[in-house]
Design a protein around this ligand. Structure first.
Ligand code: MOS
Length: 730
């Protein structure tokens, strides 16, 4: 199905199931431990062995010698795989550095060997007996030092009007530099895979957000026909962008299984995850704002510097600044430095999340300079069209409504605009706000649907559920479309033998994947109508039946003795070019800072989101409160500490990389505005999983400023950065 004109009324609009806060259909499996994650599919294979990954101990250089003799002779060892004996491997298209390194080493903890043994302990013991000699090369590991050599990224440059002139002429200006650190996805389930060969065919149970990409990359890397590789990933313990691409666990499990002649399971050891896999790159962001005394922005400039491996990508931290606020004169620019740190790549809301960490502090600073309330300053600078192209409207844009409703619900009026004034005993308290913005992306997505003779519906698509609720919203979509109950629908996900879906990334999954299921259901409705002699245009699907006039037939009759099987996909035309499709929100936070110790505690959080039709308010709320929690981490805790001499992230485990725990998180409230976006898809939905993160950290930083009077521009906001600047307690 081609989607190239705005959606009209369709069966989803009934919203008897879609739009309802239904429990997760996989909830029982999850809570009883029966949902099998990648490392737990051992029952599917016979006599599997264990793989242990050896990571490079240098960041850049060459392996000059590798002595495998002791490892090979160690008890239980079945094989030792290295680049020297793995056979020819092609380079995939999605990883900057090879997943199996050697003799060249591209980054610290790049995998350089896999030891396969009968037990995990034997594999680990043998891996530690491998002796590796390195010739270390000089590398660049310091973004600040590499800033001057960073190259302009052409695609990112955008200019409207004459920014420099308008900025110079503006009566009120702000120029400030903000920094965000490298961050790790730190998902609960590490990257893990079990690989099994059957002749020249390979099956890999893995943990991956994008099944079709992963299967394609693995086939390409192993120089195999695509159809000989099958990826299975039914449950995923978090991804956040760290599992968008094929990683070393899957490739090494496949190579290890081939070398050992046995199925092999590999979980990337937790201490390897931060340096072996991708991370969100650090940024240095320079923001310049110019406004009239009336508070209207006349000049808005945002430049960002980030680093990556040679051939890598910038963190697109300026994108939201093109679209979020009005202003006739605009400038954005990214600059990319070559660094020899581990590979940078997407992490939840890549671009907007770190971009808004800076921009939304700048907006708070500018409001203060103008003597305006920060909510009102944002509302004053709202735009209903793309500010770079006034002929291009937003499909929906309720930023103002989010801000106004949030301010009212949160009690924003209680905020003292003079910072450092509000006290609660020894605590300095403050309120902060930030706008949330994330673009809505759409992706082709397919599904196959089977109708059986009892009227049961089975949906098959390679869509993944990374903890988001995909199973549930897909079942809701199919049940709504076919007029059956939720108990009549079975959803099978995460298998590359199913039709390729949008996958889980960029908050496009919910809208795109359910739209693919919608398309397949439209086809099934036509097939049912035709089989049973109905005109599909005026047939109604309800209560497990198809009916028209006073004729009604049970759906299962259309399947006959076998099954009725259809397949279709949604393909998106140019509606995302003709309309700017974005999601909006507002975050409100109350913090308390201990006036003696500087300890910062979050007291309350509220998110108001406008993101098209909310397919399931319960799973969507869970996405947003999870994202708000992640935002607390980004504001107050998360930082991969860079060793600038040796080029690696030092705190590469969950003891050293701090993320929030329950005790850090107060009551959180989420409000979804009533919205349907007919331009986004027939589902009229958009994504919320990334929107919920965008702006959170800045709202916290602004609240800390309101509480203490200290303006912090370098994340994370830890007390060492402000302890000596707290106001004296009167
Ligand atoms: Mo998302 S960072 O595209 O998983």
């Amino acid at each position: 199905m081609k989607f190239d004109t705005p959606a009209t009324t369709n069966p989803i609009d009934r919203m008897t199931l879609v739009g309802q806060p239904l429990d997760r259909i996989d909830g029982r499996l999850k809570t009883t431990g029966k949902a099998a994650y990648a490392y737990e599919h051992q029952d599917a294979v016979r006599r599997h062995a264990y793989g242990y990954v050896l990571g490079a101990a240098i960041a850049k250089g060459r392996i000059t010698a590798m002595d495998l003799a002791a490892a090979r002779a160690a008890p239980g060892v079945l094989a030792v795989v290295t680049a020297a004996n793995a056979g020819p491997l092609d380079k995939g298209e999605m990883n900057t550095a090879p997943l199996l390194g050697g003799p060249q080493v591209d980054h610290y903890h790049q995998a350089i060997a896999l030891v396969v043994a009968e037990s995990f302990e034997q594999a680990r013991d043998a891996a530690l007996a491998i002796r590796v000699d390195y010739a270390r090369a000089e590398g660049a590991y310091d973004l600040a030092a590499a800033r001057d050599t960073a190259e302009k990224v052409k695609q990112s440059a955008s200019a409207t009007g004459d920014f420099e002139r308008a900025f110079a002429a503006a009566p009120v200006t702000l120029e400030a530099t903000y920094t965000t650190p490298d961050q790790s996805h730190a998902m609960m389930e590490p990257h893990a895979s079990i690989a099994a060969w059957d002749g020249d065919a390979l099956v890999v149970w893995t943990s991956n957000q994008m099944i079709a990409w992963g299967a394609g990359e693995l086939a390409k890397t192993l120089r195999m026909p695509r159809e000989k590789v099958r990826l299975i990933s039914p449950f995923i313990g978090g991804g956040f962008g760290g599992k968008l691409f094929l990683r070393a666990d899957a490739l090494l499990a496949a190579l290890g299984a081939r070398a050992a002649g046995r199925p092999v399971k590999v979980a990337l050891q937790r201490p390897l995850v931060a340096n072996n896999t991708t991370h969100r790159p650090a940024t240095i962001q320079r923001i310049r704002l110019g406004a009239g005394q009336d508070g209207r922005i006349t000049a808005i400039g945002h430049e960002s510097w980030s680093g990556d491996q040679k051939g890598g990508q910038p963190e697109t931290a300026v994108d939201q600044t093109r679209l979020l606020y009005a202003g006739a004169n605009r400038l954005t620019q990214l600059r990319l430095a070559v660094l020899d740190l581990p590979e940078g790549n997407a992490m939840r809301a890549p671009g907007e999340a770190p971009g808004l960490m800076a921009l939304e502090i700048a907006m708070d600073e500018m409001a203060e300079k103008l003597g305006l309330d920060p909510v009102e300053f944002r509302i004053l600078n709202d735009t209903q069209v793309d500010p770079n192209d006034p002929k291009r409207p937003f499909s929906q844009r309720q930023l103002v409504e989010c801000l106004r409703l949030g301010a009212e619900r949160f009690g924003w009026r209680q905020r003292n605009p003079r910072p450092g004034q509000a006290r609660d005993g020894r605590w300095l308290t403050g309120l902060g706000v930030a706008a949330a913005f994330r673009n809505n992306l759409v992706m082709k997505s397919g599904a196959r649907i089977r109708l059986n003779s009892r009227g049961g519906i089975t949906v098959e698509t390679d869509m993944t559920d990374i903890g988001t609720g995909s199973y549930t919203i897909i079942a809701q979509t199919a049940a709504e479309m076919m007029g059956v109950g939720m108990d009549q629908v079975t959803v099978r996900l995460g298998d590359s033998s199913f039709p390729a879906s949008a996958g889980s990334g960029g908050q496009w999954g919910a809208n795109s994947a359910t739209a693919g299921v919608y398309a397949a259901c439209v086809k099934l409705r036509e097939a049912v109508a035709q089989a049973l002699g109905f005109n599909s245009a005026d047939a109604v699907f309800e209560g497990g039946e198809i009916r028209a006039g006073n004729r009604r037939v049970a759906l299962g009759q259309a399947a006959g003795a076998a099954e009725l099987v259809v397949e279709d996909s949604i393909e998106f035309g140019d509606l995302d070019k003709r309309y700017q499709q974005s999601t909006f929100g507002a975050h409100f936070v109350e913090v308390a800072v201990d006036s003696a110790t500087g300890e910062a505690r979050i007291r309350r959080m509220l998110a108001v989101c406008a993101a098209g039709r909310i397919l399931n308010p319960k799973t969507a709320r869970s996405q947003v409160i999870g994202a708000m929690t992640m935002g607390v981490g980004g504001a107050l805790m998360e930082e991969l500490a860079v060793d600038r001499r040796h080029g690696f992230f030092v705190n590469h485990d969950l003891a050293g990389y701090e993320v929030p725990v329950h005790a850090d998180i107060p009551h959180q409230e989420v409000i979804f505005l009533d919205e349907t976006d007919p331009v986004s898809s027939p589902m009229k939905a958009k994504g919320v999983g990334e929107l919920g993160l965008c702006g959170v950290a800045a709202a916290i930083a602004n609240a800390v400023h309101n509480a203490t009077g200290v303006r912090l521009r370098d994340y994370p906001i830890t007390l060492d950065k402000y302890l000596d600047r707290l106001p004296e307690l009167a």
